[in-house]
Design a protein around this ligand. Structure first.
Ligand code: PXL
Length: 291
């Protein structure tokens, strides 16, 4: 049942307000010409970053029936992209999903969404961190932020890291199993303000780096947006460094387009104002090779 449009199974929560997870992932990947098939792990009234008393409905009980129906339909996917999970138990369910839908060799992308700025999100636990270490073994690409990389590696979170040490983190994560490791929000030493995205492809042994502009603001959901562009770009056939470039450029633009307005940042970036940029070809490239 192949069509000219590629398909991504997107395994994330649906947060009703605040622009995170599926409400960011669906428009971005669709704008890049790829069909998103959501497999919701939880439903929340808002995401957890900056809102209180949100309604959280864990869908763990329902996932297997949902997946069974997809199996009966004989659907195949070009990519399986997972992010925010509602409980550690969901990792077992999604691992089985990976096996059941493996015949067409989909690109397995795991964003180990667990925390940011040195701490775990409110609904996460140490049990989730431990399970996540096994879950990432089978991934083609993982995209932890610096906090999540530290948790996965049992390293202390810190506000600086040398290039040599950052490369070691990439290699150590790749040794856990994933073929390509991308770490976002890595503190950039010389500037002490900027951040970087760094990446390692264990198949060809090459390291990449893209510098990110400094904007003194934090917007939830940008990690989901970043990985969505990586997914779209890789499925369009881009190389890893070009996918990194496109993702960094898009998220930087989204933050710049939002920062000039005075509104609560917990609502996320003003995605609707920049989505069309995803249709443009890459005009400038700024990736660097990490020697
Ligand atoms: O953007 C990651 C994310 C996804 N889903 C939920 C979240 C967050 C980050 O805060 O709360 C529910």
């Amino acid at each position: 049942m192949r069509t000219p449009v590629k398909k991504v199974a997107a395994i994330h929560d649906l947060s009703g307000f605040g622009r995170a997870s599926l409400s960011v992932i669906i428009p971005i990947i669709s704008s890049m010409g790829i069909q998103v098939c959501p497999l919701p792990t939880a439903i929340l009234s808002t995401h957890t970053g900056g809102f209180e008393n949100y309604k959280f409905i864990d869908l763990s009980e329902h996932l297997e029936d949902y997946i069974d129906h997809w199996k009966r339909l004989n659907i195949s996917f070009d990519c399986i992209y997972s992010g925010f999970l509602g409980s550690p138990r969901q990792i077992d369910i999604i691992s089985r999903f990976h096996q059941d839908f493996s015949s067409d060799h989909p690109l397995i992308v795991i964003d180990p969404v667990m925390g940011d700025n040195g701490i775990l999100y409110q609904t996460m636990s140490q049990a989730m961190v431990e399970k996540m270490r096994t879950f990432i073994q089978g991934a083609d690409i993982i995209t932890p932020n610096f906090t999540e990389a530290a948790f996965l590696l049992e390293e202390e979170y810190r506000d600086h890291i040398s290039e040599k040490e950052a490369k070691r983190w990439l290699c150590r994560l790749a040794e856990m199993g994933p073929k390509t490791v991308i770490i976002t929000s890595v503190p950039d030493i010389p500037s002490r303000r900027n951040t970087e995205v760094i990446a390692f492809n264990s198949k060809d042994g090459r390291f990449w780096k893209v510098k990110c502009d400094y904007i003194p603001a934090f917007f939830p959901g940008t990690g989901d947006g970043f990985t969505s562009v990586i997914v779209g770009s890789m499925l369009q056939g881009d190389s890893l460094p070009i996918a990194l470039d496109r993702a960094v450029q898009f998220i930087s633009l989204a933050i710049r387009a939002s920062y000039g307005y005075n509104y609560p940042h917990r609502e996320g970036v003003l995605l609707e104002r920049v989505l069309d940029n995803l249709k443009a070809p890459v005009m400038v490239s700024s990736y660097e090779i990490l020697e």
